[in-house]
Design a binder for this molecule. Structure first.
Ligand SMILES: C[S@@+](CC[C@H](N)C(=O)[O-])C[C@H]1O[C@@H](n2cnc3c(N)ncnc32)[C@H](O)[C@@H]1O
Length: 382
């Protein structure tokens, strides 16, 4: 008999609605070993198939609605995602965005002939060779597994960082008019923030030669490099050592100049304000400050403070590009925070177009609302 997990009515409704997660409190019975591919049942009914992880707060993740082998599901889902994502982005894209691409817990970023894999699903770890097979079938020659982070430990998966195929620690990608070094081994996350690619390109449309731009929480220089390529005079603010070094290398790579300020963004913004500095454009792209509901209030205060400081550095009628990648903060709440921060300076927010989000390769799957997480506002503060 196939291993199975029996779920309660609540989980059954959730799955029938399109959901992919079964929470621990909704599991009635499990006849399966840790990490096994299981049938998901509600009474006599089969709801689907997925992986079981007994110590996880989400012990069952659904991967298929019909009876299939995990290998088949991986080939199908990765093939589908590759099909449409490579049409828009060539060979640089987020190939798999976990739940968004219906492979829960799996992240795959492709940078040309190099791919970086992250996995937070216990059972899927046994099938990483299938993931590598699919990648190599589409021309990827180097695959790095960066199995790090808390979510992995919560699943009972140890830290595991190793090359699963070939080895290439750094590569160069093109994005609009800019080029970037991606350090897949040492860089943050998978080496680059692909989710902001459309917003970075958008910034080029607003920047003119001679504009003064402040790129805060710059990482390897994403927004600022685009602005510098468009002719702006750019200052970067970033805490990370490797990231700031890469800003320097990215400036050289693009044949442009800029000033790099390494340190805490809040301290630096306060200092700039004390010196009376003003900019035509301020970009604010902090890391995810709220990971869950528990730290929501603290995170909101932090976003408020960051935006208050950033807005204070804008020239009259300047452009604010402000982002939040915290999924628990709703678009409405985020706009409210920015509005409140502007009010502190006696100003108002004039939105330029709609509130923007993540690039389309970071697919939003509506039954899993946390897949929609990035908010990016372009606004004049007047
Ligand atoms: C979401 S990333 C920025 C991505 C970047 N805008 C891009 O397009 O590539 C956030 C960055 O903020 C940096 N960071 C985190 N805390 C910081 C702090 N207190 N001061 C300055 N930078 C910080 C992180 O090192 C990370 O590079």
């Amino acid at each position: 008999m196939m291993p199975f997990v029996e779920v309660n009515e609540r989980a059954a409704r959730e799955i029938e609605r399109g959901g992919l997660h079964v929470y621990a409190q909704n599991v009635k019975k499990a006849k399966a070993d840790d990490g096994e591919w299981v049938e998901i049942r509600y009474g006599q009914k089969t709801l689907g198939y997925g992986f079981y992880s007994k110590r996880s707060s989400i012990p069952v993740k659904l991967f298929a609605r019909e009876e299939k082998e995990p290998k088949e599901v991986i080939w199908e889902r990765m093939g589908f995602a590759h099909g449409w994502k490579s049409r828009i982005y060539g060979d640089v894209y987020r190939w798999i965005f976990g739940e968004g691409d219906l492979l829960p817990g799996l992240i795959v970023d492709r940078y040309g002939d190099v791919a970086v894999v992250k996995n937070n699903t216990l059972g899927l770890e046994r099938y990483l060779d299938t993931v590598v097979e699919v990648l190599s079938d589409h021309g990827v020659e180097h695959v790095l597994l960066r199995g790090e982070g808390q979510a992995r430990l919560r699943e009972g998966l140890p830290k595991r960082v190793e090359w699963l195929l070939g080895r290439k620690d750094r590569t160069i990608i093109e994005e609009g008019h800019a080029r970037f070094i991606v350090d897949v081994s040492g860089g943050q996350k998978t080496g680059f923030y692909l989710d902001q690619r459309e917003n970075r390109k958008e910034l080029e449309r607003y920047v003119e030669r001679g504009d003064r731009v402040l790129d805060v929480f710059a990482s390897t220089g994403g927004f600022g490099i685009h602005a510098a390529v468009a002719g702006a005079s750019v200052e970067f603010v970033e805490l990370g050592k490797l990231a700031t070094e890469l800003i320097g290398e990215n400036l050289k790579l693009n044949g442009v100049k800029g000033r790099i300020r390494q340190g805490d963004a809040l301290d630096i913004m306060k200092r700039l304000a004390e010196k009376g500095k003003k900019y035509d454009v301020v970009v604010l792209d902090p890391p995810a400050l709220a990971k869950g509901k528990a730290d929501l209030n603290r995170a909101k205060k932090m976003y408020f403070r960051i935006n208050e400081l950033g807005i204070g550095l804008l020239k009259e009628g300047g452009l604010l590009v402000t982002c939040s990648c915290s999924h628990p903060i709703t678009p409405r709440e985020f706009l409210g925070i920015v509005e409140g921060a502007a009010e502190k300076h006696g100003k108002n927010v004039q939105m330029l177009g709609e509130l923007r989000g993540q690039a389309p390769d970071h697919t939003v799957y509506l039954p899993q609302p946390e897949t929609k997480y990035l908010k990016c506002l372009f606004a004049h503060i007047i």
